[in-house]
Write a protein that binds this ligand. Structure first.
Ligand code: TYM
Length: 499
């Protein structure tokens, strides 16, 4: 290690060491360090005809063998076997660093898209954090285009690797309807997970809504709206446990316990509270429900011991706090009661931009596109959407990248050739904003037609909806109660007096 660090520093390559328990697999290291797979790289040692080469590629991409062979001018390129690897490199599998004894090192250009990247450093108990701009300093290295765009999203890979078997997520009914940010950022990935793994738990977080909605009728309307939206969007109660938070009192009970494993200082650093203060609210006007919100959320999660929590980017801090609380709890009692859940956040849709083209799509900012509202409302929302602010006339060439209307087209419009044609014409200045928006409105209608029909069905069969929630709460309570009993035993509240 010392020798390696000296070699690096002679080359002017900065290295920060991150310690972890002994781990061979990248997914385990990333899970432990809580880093996304897109910020990690592997150094693959390969044999290209007769020469040995190292290939550095980002872990969320896949090598394109044809391009690799072409770049190397080789007929055969193959990975070394574990024995060959250990003999040549002198390190155990999983510990390859960036200065291997090979003839050349190829670096896929996608690695350089990230400022800092995590990779091997010759040890199974450390990972190295490198500045990607330093990787050019590896002797005999070349930056090349040899990987395909993201092979598959991180979440799919984690599921495939068996890291994620059980998930939980929730939606707060602070309003009565979901928007496309909720759908693409959270609900759609959640429903996809329900097809892939056996245990998925989704709930409507009605107690959380009390921080802002303090009117019984409004709560009822909001909860009903969100339950119907969830079901309409395809949640299958046969495949997931679907319930309402207040039907499972263990959430509140665990929250009371978990509050003891987090400091007041840490709570004061939570975004929701800090943002309120920053917006000028004084402490007298912030209710304790809002301040304590992340504790209840941690209880929501930990009660079901999930491996992952599929959410949008805005929930990341809450999940990090949940992990801290779980870790603190486990450490205090010397027992792995709670697995540390991973935030499952999709890079592409984890923060869907609003129609203002700037901020995250959010009901409170009035920059949403609805899903089930009257078409007249959705049309208005789409027609007022920002596009390319620099484009003044339809004949000006426009920018497609980062343009919210095209971001939505990519998500909503099933007619991909229409989208490509619109993009080409937009770039050339031969299509107006109005036409692009009109096509988006049509695509929205096609995309959510079935969901609208399902919503109408459930709305006129509320007895079925009630039954789904009753059954869901039964199943959820069974699990939640088991965890709560275990926690009570561990902390000593359940003892010889009551067992
Ligand atoms: P909530 O109700 O604000 O949002 C529901 C889900 O939608 C995601 N989301 C977005 N994703 C991408 N782009 C956007 N513009 C966007 N806007 C919203 C959110 O990230 C979220 O995943 N605290 C949670 C509810 C909750 C919860 C939990 C979640 C309570 N307990 C336990 C997971 C686990 C919330 O208020 O989400």
């Amino acid at each position: 290690m010392k020798n390696y660090q000296q070699q690096l520093s002679k080359l002017g390559i900065e290295l920060e060491l991150l310690e972890h328990p002994e781990m061979v697999e990248v997914v385990d290291v990333l899970r432990y360090l809580d880093k996304p797979i897109s910020e990690s790289f592997s150094t693959l040692i390969m044999k290209a005809d007769k020469q040995y080469v190292a290939v550095i590629r980002r872990d969320d991409t896949k090598l394109n063998n044809d391009r690799l062979r072409k770049v190397l001018g080789a007929e055969r390129v193959e990975m070394l076997s574990i024995d060959e690897f250990e003999e040549l490199i002198g390190l155990p599998r999983g510990a390859a660093h960036i200065l291997c004894p090979v003839e050349k090192t190829l670096i896929d250009k996608r690695v350089l898209e990230k400022t800092e990247v995590l990779g091997g450093c010759g040890s199974l108990i450390y990972s190295g954090k490198y500045l990607s701009k330093d990787l050019n300093k590896i002797p005999n290295s070349e930056v090349v285009d040899i990987a395909d765009e993201k092979e598959e999203i991180e979440i799919t890979k984690l599921v495939k690797d068996g890291v994620i078997k059980r998930v939980l997520s929730g939606i707060t009914p602070s309003g009565s309807a979901l928007h496309i940010g909720n759908y693409y950022g959270a609900v759609k990935p959640q429903l996809e997970l329900a097809e892939l793994i056996p245990e998925t738990n989704y709930f409507v977080a009605d107690l959380h809504a009390l921080t802002t909605v303090q009117n019984a009728e409004q709560i009822e309307e909001n909860v009903t709206g969100v339950v119907l939206d969830y079901l309409a969007l395809g949640l299958d109660p046969e495949k997931c446990v679907f319930f309402r938070q207040s039907d499972v009192p263990e959430h509140s009970q665990l929250a009371v316990v978990m509050a003891n494993y987090i400091s007041y200082g840490q709570m004061k650093r939570m975004h929701a509270y800090k943002d309120k203060l920053a917006k000028g609210a004084n402490e007298e006007s912030i209710n304790m429900g809002l301040f304590n919100y992340p504790i209840l959320m941690a209880a929501d999660i930990l009660l079901y011991k999930p491996d992952g929590v599929p959410v949008g980017e805005d929930q990341r801090q809450h999940i990090e706090l949940t992990r801290d609380m779980a870790e603190n709890f486990n450490r205090t009692y010397g027992k792995e009661v709670f697995p540390l859940p991973l935030p499952l956040i999709r890079e592409d849709v984890g923060r869907l931009v609003g129609t203002d083209g700037e901020r995250k799509m959010s009901k409170s900012l009035g920059n949403t596109i609805g899903i089930f509202e009257d078409y007249s409302v959705i049309e208005k929302q789409i027609m007022k959407c920002f596009t390319d602010p620099k484009r003044l006339k339809a004949t000006d060439p426009g920018r497609v990248e980062g343009n919210p209307v095209f971001i939505y087209h990519d998500l909503i419009n099933d007619d991909k050739s229409e989208v490509e044609e619109l993009k080409t014409r937009y770039r050339a200045g031969t299509v107006g904003d109005v036409e692009v928006k009109r096509k988006l409105i049509e695509a929205h209608k096609r995309c959510f037609l079935q969901a609208r029909e399902r919503r109408d069905y459930y709305e006129s069969h509320m007895d079925e909806v009630r039954e789904i929630l009753v059954e869901g709460a039964k199943k959820a309570r069974k699990y939640a109660n088991k965890t709560l009993r275990e926690v009570y035993e561990v902390i000593g509240e359940r003892n010889k007096l009551n067992t």
